[in-house]
Each structure stands twice: as structure tokens, then as C-alpha cells.
Write a protein that binds this ligand. Structure first.
Ligand code: ATP
Ligand code: MG
Length: 437
């Protein structure tokens, strides 16, 4: 099932949605050319056999609901939070698929349509359905849980991502709490005990609560966390079923919390502890531009984490850069964090200060909205070229091509719309003084 005609393949059912700007009925022919065999439409279209319904969106939802009802044995796991949903969803998929057939959202398709499309991929042999559930306001997750009711709900953290849209952290918390409020008494709420707003959700669910984190109240805990020189975390996974050492292949300490949430879900569905620990260690990044670490031929390490950015994920990435940079020169190339509303200047300023506190060697703030990063760094003691502001990614590329030397570690990160992921890709392609390919 596809809603984008360009993604149709042989045998697809094309769902002709009517969006704000475009009418999907215009693309039935293109879906047909790509191999679609039928279309769900609200009027007959000549190119393909059509299932004509009054409202395509309503029919699409009913179809997803019917699939969920028909496959009642499939355990549905919902994941939400401000940062790390896709990373955790990918990690959970990597672990659970060793235990039973698992379907999860592709990439970061976490919108209601993305969730419906994911649901439509389940089959009678699917044991686990892992759903990244995004939320851009009150009622969004509740709507999704009415269509696809999860048995297990994971809330990772409540930060300031999209705070400009939501209004406040409390409202963000209320929006994420909808996931645990929807769980049945037989269900499980996996809550980050280290995050006070998430932990506050323990009283808002009828489900069994599983606390994860470093906190003593956590029943799935990480002990003795350490980072190797590449910024990969090791820890002891402590549970009421015993302990197991975990060595992650993912970069950055923030993955420890994600791994604990994954371990809690996997234990709940009956996966043995040692198998979980091994699977966590074997997992590698599945979605692009999330702490992607590449070695260039000339010995420069490029860390491309520019899929998106908010204050929490920026802090996590800077800490990982600091860990990776021991004995090496480090560059933090940072673009704007969008959607922060009135907090924007303060948060960018704090980021510049943090980079200096972590002893990042060179800070490059790129583009509109990032001047406060440079200001913050200077207030924290940056001198001369230790911190620099450039107007755009082309200028940043020219500067880095000239200045980055073998052995340096370069972190590239920004909100998606600031587009620094492409700068990261260019830096990876161009070595030393070569022109970009
Ligand atoms: N637990 C975490 N805490 C803070 N940052 C994290 C955490 N997990 C992942 N990140 C970082 O946050 C960024 C976004 O990660 P990811 O795409 O997994 O989040 P997401 O919640 O799916 O984002 P989106 O809202 O865009 O779907 C990446 O830079 C990633 O390295
Ligand atoms: Mg995501």
C-alpha cells in the first residue's frame, strides 16, 4: 500500500489521498506506470481498477483498523518522546526481529499517514509491530492509539523539541502522555525514570509501569556507563532477571537510555536477557544522518548527525564529539535549531557555551539564526578563530576544506531545514584540498 505514487511497485494498492495542495487522483496513472494494480479513490479513474469510496482517508483508516483486528496476536509497541524515537525504533526492530517477525516504520515516517502505512505492512505472521508515533500537538497520539491500540508504550524523554509549536514543556508532556493513557491494564508503560516529566506519567496509566534509566528507582538500569575513544557506550544492563554487559556499536551516550527502553520491551515479550544484550551490541545505525560516523581516506572523521536538532540532541552530539576527540582536534559545525520559539536565542547561546565547556577546538556556526552560538562561545572564552560565524553552507564548506587537517574529528549538525546534512555528505566526498564531487 502506498500514498506516494512514486513509491508504487508491482502489486501495490495506491491510496489516492486528497491533501491540502495536491489531489492524489492526479497521480493514479503514474502509480499504474510504477506497477500499482489497484487504487483506493473517491471517484473512478480510468487508468486502474478502483475501489471507490466516499472518503479515502476514512477508508484508509478502516483498512488499517481491520488489519489490526484481524492480526490480534501481533503485539503493538508505540514509541514517543522528543528525541530518539527513530533511533529507538530502529534499535528495537534490530533486537526484536531476532525473536519474531517485526514490522516497524520505514525511516522517520512517524506522521499519522506514516503510521497507517506501517500498519498496512503487517501480515498473519507478524509478531511485533513497532510504531514511532510523532506528535505535533494535543490529541495527535490519542488519535493514533484509537486506530492502533498499543500493548506496550515507550516514552523516552520530554525536551524542548518543537516547543515553539506546542507552547511549553508541560504541553509537550501532556501530548506524549496520551500514549500511556491509552494502554490497557494488561499493558506495559516503559518510562524514563531519569526524566521528571516522563516519570510523572507513571500515575497517568492503568498499565504496569517499567522504570528505565540510571536512577535507583529504575528496574531496567544502566550501571558503570563508559564511552570508548569512538564515543560508543558500554554499560552493565541490570534487571530483575540478572545483569549482562552491553557494548553498543552506536555512537553517543544518549543511546544508553534508548537501549534500556529497548531492553525493557524485549524482556517484557519474553526475550532472554543475554540474547538482548548481544542483539543490542550487534545493532548498527539503520536510518541516515543520525550520528553517522565515517573515516575519510585522509584520516579525518566526519560525524554527520544533521538529520535534525534540538537542544537535547545537540548536547548529546557535542558530548559524543568531546569523547571522540580525546587527543584530536575537534570541529563542531552547527546550524540552526528551528522551532524553538522565544527560547531560540537563549538555547543557541547555551549551545555555544557548552561547546567551549566541553573543550571543542573549533566551532563553526552556520547560517541565519546561529549568531547567538558564536556569541555564547565568545562569552565562554572563545578567542580568535576558535569560534566563527559563516553565512551559509558554501562558505562553511570552503572554510573547512581549507582548514580541516588529517586526524581531525568534524561534527555536523542542524535542524533538517537548515540542510547541514548535505554539507556533511560533501565533506565526506571531498578529501583534503580536493574539490567536492
Ligand atoms: N535519547 C536521546 N536523547 C537525546 N538525543 C537523542 C536521543 N536519541 C537520539 N538522539 C539524537 O537526536 C537526533 C534525532 O534522533 P531521532 O531521529 O532518533 O529522533 P526522533 O525523535 O525520531 O526525531 P523526529 O522528531 O525528527 O522524528 C539525532 O541527532 C540523535 O542522535
Ligand atoms: Mg523520527
Amino acid at each position: 500500500m502506498v500514498t506516494d505514487s512514486r513509491e508504487a511497485t508491482a502489486g501495490s494498492l495506491y491510496v489516492a489521498r486528497i491533501g491540502e495542495a495536491l489531489d492524489g487522483h492526479q497521480f493514479v496513472a503514474s502509480a499504474c506506470a510504477q506497477g500499482a494494480v489497484a487504487a483506493l479513490t473517491s471517484r473512478p479513474v480510468a487508468d486502474l481498477p478502483c475501489v471507490v469510496v466516499q472518503d479515502v482517508q476514512v477508508a484508509f483508516v478502516s483498512l488499517a483498523q481491520a488489519l489490526v483486528e484481524r492480526n490480534a496476536h501481533t503485539v503493538i509497541i508505540g514509541i514517543t518522546g522528543s528525541s530518539g524515537k527513530t533511533s529507538t525504533k530502529d534499535l528495537l526492530w534490530s533486537v526484536l526481529q531476532r525473536h519474531g517477525e517485526t514490522v516497524a516504520n520505514v525511516g522517520s515516517l512517524n506522521s499519522p499517514i506514516g503510521v497507517l502505512l506501517t500498519v498496512c505492512r503487517i501480515t498473519p505472521t507478524t509478531e511485533y509491530l513497532v510504531l514511532e508515533m510523532g506528535s505535533r500537538g494535543i490529541g495527535h497520539i490519542e488519535y493514533l492509539t484509537r486506530i492502533v491500540p498499543p500493548l506496550i508504550g515507550v516514552v523516552l524523554n520530554v525536551g524542548t523539541a518543537h516547543v515553539g509549536e506546542f507552547g511549553s514543556r508541560q504541553v509537550i508532556g501532556a501530548a506524549k502522555a496520551e500514549l500511556v493513557q491509552a494502554l490497557p491494564p494488561t499493558g506495559f508503560a516503559v518510562l524514563n525514570a531519569d526524566d521528571p516529566v516522563v516519570w510523572g506519567m507513571a500515575s497517568q496509566t492503568r498499565a504496569h509501569v517499567i522504570a528505565v534509566g540510571k536512577s535507583v528507582r529504575a528496574t531496567v538500569r544502566a550501571l558503570d556507563v563508559s564511552l570508548d575513544p569512538q564515543g560508543r557506550a558500554s554499560f552493565v544492563l541490570a534487571t530483575d532477571q540478572g545483569t549482562a554487559p552491553v557494548v553498543l556499536g552506536l555512537y553517543g551516550e544518549h543511546h544508553v537510555g534508548n537501549a534500556l527502553a529497548v531492553a525493557a520491551v524485549a524482556l517484557t515479550v519474553g526475550m532472554p536477557l543475554l540474547e538482548i544484550a548481544t542483539a543490542l551490541g550487534d545493532a548498527r545505525p539503520l536510518s541516515r544522518w543520525r550520528m553517522e560516523v565515517h573515516e575519510r581516506a585522509d584520516g579525518v572523521t566526519i560525524v554527520n548527525d544533521a538529520y535534525n536538532a534540538n537542544p537535547d540532541s545537540m548536547r548529546a552530539a557535542l558530548k559524543a564529539l568531546a569523547a571522540m576527540g580525546q587527543g584530536r582536534r575537534t570541529w563542531a559545525v552547527l546550524g540552526e535549531m528551528r522551532e524553538l520559539g522565544p527560547e531560540s536565542v537563549t538555547e543557541h547561546d547555551a549551545l555555544g557555551r557548552l561547546a567551549m565547556q566541553l573543550n571543542v577546538s573549533r566551532l563553526v556556526a552556520v547560517g541565519e539564526g546561529t549568531q547567538p552560538i558564536d556569541d555564547g562561545a565568545r562569552h565562554e572564552g572563545a578567542r580568535g578563530e576558535e569560534s566563527i560565524w559563516v553565512p551559509d553552507t558554501d562558505t562553511a564548506y570552503a572554510l573547512l576544506r581549507q582548514r580541516v587537517a588529517p586526524g581531525d574529528v568534524v561534527l555536523v549538525k542542524s535542524s533538517r531545514d537548515a540542510g547541514l546534512r548535505w554539507l556533511g555528505d560533501r565533506l565526506l566526498a571531498g578529501t583534503g584540498s580536493e574539490a567536492p564531487s
